[in-house]
Design a protein around this ligand. Structure first.
Ligand code: NAD
Length: 317
């Protein structure tokens, strides 16, 4: 199958590309090499992917409708996995306009490109942040949503756009509410790789909210398999799925476990205004649809991913 992956130079995009290439799909990756995260890292990920002859890359900004449309038409794409976005909760306080531009306009262009080219399915990234702080856990897909920042609002609106277009087009949409995905090639702006980098460079690691956060960490290799299964599944017009392990871990506990083996200096600081205290999702729906039930345990992976980090020099730059 010819699959377009947007945000292919990003953390999840690179992992899914690798996984689907190993399953003999042809991957057309696009990314604008946005400088929100390390450019060196993005180029390194794409260089790795290009070793496979079935991977094609083009630098495209999804807000440029004309260029995007031409690419999708010329490559005769069968399916879109849309991951490109301005990510990050805290940065949305500083630069909200970028979220509106990339996450809303960009997504509209993706839908438009699919519609014009009669593409039947779009699998797109939403986020657990659409739930906000909840009163009861684990959160289920049809629970009330309560966004706390513009990033979350942009993801909620993506879901509304998908819902609308699933009714007025022949495109089937699957929206993935990702819950703190972690793993190899991870994001340098997220907790785990920040912790690793500060520890490795002997710098102080600032721990928000004194570590009193719980996160439903979800391993990227579980995500890869789930997405692969979703490609083939006959779904309804619009399906929303929690992509989570249903197993939240306390951040302070992670720090304590990590410090037992690896040195890191920690500065305990107060909560950031954009942060959510806890994420914990119910994953019954995704288990039922995909029959994938064996989610990895965070504690089994922590030091494995740290070793991977240590062996990948680019991450320390
Ligand atoms: N990683 C997580 O835990 C997590 C959690 C919830 C939701 N998500 C969502 O999953 C998706 C992938 O996340 P990620 O962690 O891989 O993020 P990432 O930042 O590593 O990847 C996103 C990629 O999109 C690219 N991009 C940004 N603007 C673009 C534009 N205008 N045109 C083309 N490409 C553009 C970036 O350069 C980047 O390579 C995002 O939509 C994100 O919001 C991720």
């Amino acid at each position: 199958m010819k699959i377009l992956i947007t945000g292919a130079a990003g953390f999840i995009g690179t992992n899914i590309s690798m996984h689907l290439l190993s399953k003999k799909h042809t991957i057309y990756g696009i990314d604008n090499f946005d400088n929100y995260n390390s450019l060196k890292l993005k180029k390194y990920r794409i260089k790795n992917l290009k070793k496979n002859k079935k991977f094609y890359f083009k630098k495209i900004d999804i807000t440029n409708r004309k260029v995007l449309l031409k690419f999708v038409r010329d490559k005769k794409i069968n399916l879109i996995i849309h991951l490109a976005a301005q990510a990050g909760v805290r940065y949305s306080i500083i630069n909200p306009n970028k979220y509106i531009n990339v996450n809303l306009l960009g997504f509209m262009n993706i839908i438009f490109a699919a519609k014009k080219n009669k593409i039947k399915k779009i699998i797109y990234a939403s986020s657990s942040s659409v739930y906000g702080d909840s009163k009861k856990y684990p959160v289920k897909e049809d629970d009330n949503l309560n966004q706390k920042n513009i990033y979350a609002v942009s993801k909620m609106l993506n879901e509304k756009m998908a819902e609308t277009y699933s009714k007025i087009s022949n495109i089937k949409f699957i929206g993935l509410r990702f819950f703190t995905i972690y793993g190899e090639y991870g994001r340098p702006d997220m907790f785990l790789f920040k912790l690793f980098k500060n520890s490795f460079n002997k710098k102080v690691f600032e721990l928000n909210n004194y570590g009193n956060h719980d996160r439903d960490f979800t391993y990227i290799k579980d995500v890869n398999i789930i997405i692969e299964k979703l490609i083939y599944i006959k779904s309804q017009n619009h399906t929303i799925l929690n992509i989570c392990s249903n197993s939240p871990v306390n951040i302070l506990k992670i720090i304590k476990t990590f410090k037992k083996k690896i040195f890191v200096r920690v500065k305990y600081i107060k909560k950031h205004q954009a942060d959510i205290l806890k994420t914990h999702g119910d994953n019954l729906k995704v288990k039922k649809i995909t029959k994938y039930i064996n989610f990895s345990k965070f504690n089994d992976n922590l030091f494995k991913i740290y070793s991977w980090y240590r062996d990948n020099k680019i991450y320390k730059l």
